[in-house]
Design a protein around this ligand. Structure first.
Ligand code: SAM
Ligand code: SF4
Length: 334
């Protein structure tokens, strides 16, 4: 497939070569920080990109300079044609990756290998079964843990994601890091972010500073700072002698907007130029009407705001009027 020079720059000179595609708004978990308590209202099937539309739109993005695609959701692996989509995307000249809650991983090992997926992010907010059931409102802890072992055995590059929330899982921080002692995994601690319906309140969040203070109290001068890549959204560390590593994603207290290279495509075919943005471009309608979607994509990227979808300051992000206009996270694709 032909690719050109990257045409996806914004007004601030940021070049976008990383697309996250949500395969579905459905999910087999109900994590309270992501999915509103009453769930979300799903649209009729036709409102979502079918396989052919998704692949064709993805190819247009690649022709404009996208070099990496991460599949997400909802839970990407609950989509019935997920394996076919992964297989087809695996043929494009891109790095393909996926973010999943891990429940269905064992059914996809061969598909991932054939599609050259090497990097897999799995959400794991707790190492305690009872707490897992409480956070996710489902009881798949044992399944997820055995699937993480399976990924390790199969040599995948694994990142585990934990959204840290006060009085929920913040007391497990050191256990999470201990989990990297004998396992070659990268554990990432994510600051709790506001989305529609997740009852966000920053007093429940755990900041970068607080995380590092706890880690320093326990590991002191055994903490080694690792070099971060230019577009990394996290700051990475390891503990001297440990097999694995860990990182902090501080989207609230220290966003990584200056080097952002990401765009998102929702399952219903809207481009979001920022995770926090409340504006969207409906390219699926344009595609179905036979319009050329290239100018729409270029324009949407060009008009990306400088920081967090226009919520520049900490004051803005704390303002419920401003931070609740976005969709629920489960229907964006984190
Ligand atoms: N279902 C898959 C999973 O759980 O990994 C993929 C979709 S999920 C929306 C993607 C990531 O978003 C997960 O790592 C999850 O922890 C993160 N996430 C969801 N809601 C969040 C919030 N309010 N703040 C920070 N991260 C959040
Ligand atoms: Fe589902 Fe992932 Fe959201 Fe949990 S974080 S409800 S697994 S989409």
């Amino acid at each position: 497939m032909e690719t050109t020079a990257n045409l996806l720059s914004d007004k601030f000179g940021r070049v976008h070569d990383y697309l996250r595609i949500s395969l579905t708004e459905r999910c087999n978990l109900r994590c309270f920080y992501c999915m509103p308590e009453d769930g979300i209202v799903l649209k009729e099937n036709e409102a979502y990109m079918n396989k052919a539309e998704l692949l064709s739109i993805a190819k247009t993005f690649v022709s404009l300079g996208i070099k990496k695609i991460r599949l997400t959701g909802g839970e990407p692996l609950v989509r019935k044609d997920a394996a076919e989509i992964i297989t087809e995307l695996g043929k494009l000249p891109i790095e393909l990756a996926i973010t999943t809650n891990g429940i269905l991983l064992d059914k996809f090992i061969t598909v991932f290998k054939n599609a050259n997926i090497s990097s897999i992010n799995v959400s794991l907010d707790t190492l305690n079964e009872a707490k897992f059931n409480k956070i996710t409102r489902r009881d798949y802890f044992t399944k997820v843990m055995s699937n993480i072992d399976l990924l390790i055995k199969n040599g995948f590059n694994i990142k585990l994601n934990a959204v840290l929330i006060k009085d929920v899982n913040d007391n497990e921080l050191i256990d999470f890091i201990e989990f990297t002692r004998d396992r070659k995994i990268h554990y990432r601690f994510i600051e709790f972010m506001p989305f529609n319906g997740n009852k966000w309140d920053w007093s429940k969040g755990v900041s970068f500073e607080e995380i590092m203070s706890t880690v320093k109290n326990v590991f002191g001068n055994k903490i080694i700072k690792l070099t971060d890549k230019k577009n990394d959204t996290s700051k990475s560390y390891k503990i001297d002698g440990f097999e694995g590593t860990f990182a902090i994603i501080s989207s609230i207290t220290n966003p990584f907007c200056d080097s952002c290279n990401r765009i998102r495509l929702t399952a219903d075919g809207r481009i979001k130029n920022c995770l926090f943005s409340d504006s969207e471009t409906n390219i699926l309608s344009a595609y179905r009407a036979g319009e050329n979607i290239t100018p729409l994509i270029i324009d949407t990227v060009l008009n990306k705001k400088l920081r967090r979808g226009g919520m520049d300051s900490m004051e803005d992000i704390l303002n419920i009027e401003k931070n609740s206009k976005n969709r629920a996270m489960v229907s964006i694709g984190g």
